[in-house]
Design a protein around this ligand. Structure first.
Ligand code: DGP
Length: 121
């Protein structure tokens, strides 16, 4: 699989505003923030989509959520709350094919309206 932009960030070939790093996980601020705080939490292992996660990756996926909880404490948003979401493929809005949790915080987050009901009838 060809390197994604996130592989280049992991290898420090291109810059990113890194806020958290372990041997297996990296988090950095999103280049196009959708909330006052918006970071991406990624495994250093290249996994393209949620569909490609294997049973042996279960612990690694857990580490992404443990990182989110740690970052929330560091950023002072744990109590007020935040959202983590992972997009998958075209309909999920995925644009970088290296799995990543979006972590959004710093405001009361809305939920996108569902307005396609008419099409389904
Ligand atoms: P998604 O659409 O779910 O695949 O999210 C990809 C996110 O990655 C999107 O919010 C923008 C962010 N992004 C893309 N390229 C870069 C980059 O070079 N640096 C940083 N920090 N974020 C990036």
């Amino acid at each position: 699989m060809a390197d994604t932009i996130f592989d280049k960030i992991i290898k420090k070939e291109i810059p990113a505003d890194i806020i958290y790093e372990t041997d297996e996980v990296l988090a950095f601020n999103d280049i196009s923030p959708q909330a006052p705080f918006h970071c991406l939490i990624i495994p250093k292992k290249a996994i393209a989509t949620i569909n490609d996660i294997q049973p042996e990756d279960a612990q690694l996926i857990g580490q992404l959520y443990l990182a989110a909880a740690e970052i929330a404490k560091q950023q002072g948003v744990a109590e007020n709350g935040y959202r983590v979401v992972m997009n998958c493929n075209k309909d999920g809005g995925q644009s970088v094919y290296h799995i990543h949790l979006h972590m959004l915080a710093g405001k009361t987050l809305g939920w996108p309206p569902y307005s396609d009901k008419v099409k389904q009838i």
